[in-house]
Design a protein around this ligand. Structure first.
Ligand code: MN
Length: 308
């Protein structure tokens, strides 16, 4: 019993629109995947493109995968890394890191990609931060589908990305009309988004396949052994994520993943106070982002009344 969930539209700044498929009111996690952002395709030929100033993360990994264009990543470990289609950037925040992301100058006319977050389990959420660039990840050709294994293992191929809980993520480029049946693990829950075109996705229990377009998350749940994927009349791009149900309750605020409100409040304050553990990004031509106050810290009506 799969469900379709509308992604939310978010402005990343600089006119960069993203579709956020996780978290939503109806679904917070798929395995350890806690945040699925799909940006573009955007025409950035006459704009600065992506401009996300220095900001921190804790308790998660960010995985970046581009379909078109390029992004320059800088982080507080001193990494300066350009990413283009075919490569995976995996940043492990652990106990704390900061980074910026920008379109290099000059850059291609198109920008299209995804950035996903993976929640770190209790055993790993305070590890030392790290950044890994994987220029190539495994690709499998199957019945008109070109499957790139971004994280975890699928179709007999293992991504080199270092992860901390059982999960998988894959990008599927499907030629118009292509159709394939792909194996799933019944102990994993799965979800999918479409990055371009349209696709029909079905598991054996479904009365009919679900039609999926950009802007919608298809949550497939667990207990399935197969997924039938069929592209529409044009080429389609699909991203499938899955994982063992996370089993820990996660709280998210801004760019932080933690377990308690106190931790999120502290991290927000620490970033604005320039705490050393969140690091400093060098070389970005623009201001660092300011952590917004968590909603539970905003002055309530009583406090407002006291300070007219
Ligand atoms: Mn970030």
């Amino acid at each position: 019993m799969s469900v379709l969930i509308a992604a939310s539209a978010v402005d990343l700044g600089g006119g960069m629109q993203v579709r956020r498929a996780l978290p939503t009111q109806r679904r917070r996690l798929i395995g350890a995947w806690c945040f699925l952002d799909h940006f573009g395709p955007a025409d950035v030929s006459r704009t600065a493109g992506m401009r996300v100033g220095p900001h921190p993360h804790i308790g998660l990994q960010t995985l970046t995968w581009l379909l078109r264009g390029e992004v320059l990543h800088r982080d507080s470990l001193g990494s300066v890394q350009r990413i283009e289609p075919g490569a995976v950037n995996l940043m492990t925040a652990g106990r704390g890191i900061s980074h910026s992301e920008e379109s290099p100058s000059p850059h291609s006319a198109d920008l299209h990609g995804v950035q996903f977050w993976i929640a770190l389990p209790e055993s790993a959420r305070r590890i030392a931060p790290a950044f890994d660039h994987h220029p190539r990840v495994p690709v499998v050709q199957r019945d008109g589908l070109r499957v790139t294994v971004l994280a975890g293992e699928w179709l007999g191929e293992q991504s080199p990305a270092r992860i901390h809980t059982p999960l998988m993520g894959a990008s599927i480029a499907a030629a118009a009309g292509a159709s394939a049946v792909l194996p799933l693990r019944p102990d994993f829950e799965y979800g999918a988004i479409v990055t371009h075109g349209e696709a029909f996705l079905g598991t054996p229990g479904d009365a009919q396949a679900q039609r999926l377009e950009p802007g919608t998350l298809l949550y497939l749940g667990s207990g399935h052994r197969e997924l039938a994927v069929t592209a529409g009349n044009g080429d389609a791009g699909i991203v499938l994520v899955g994982g063992e149900p996370f089993g820990e309750s996660v709280l998210m605020w801004w760019n932080f993943v933690a377990r308690t409100r106190a931790e999120l409040t502290q991290a927000s304050r620490d970033w604005n106070d320039k705490a050393a553990y969140l690091g400093e990004v060098h070389g970005y031509d623009g201001p660092r982002l300011v952590a917004p106050l968590p909603p539970w810290m905003e002055p309530g009506p009583a406090e407002v009344a006291k300070h007219p």
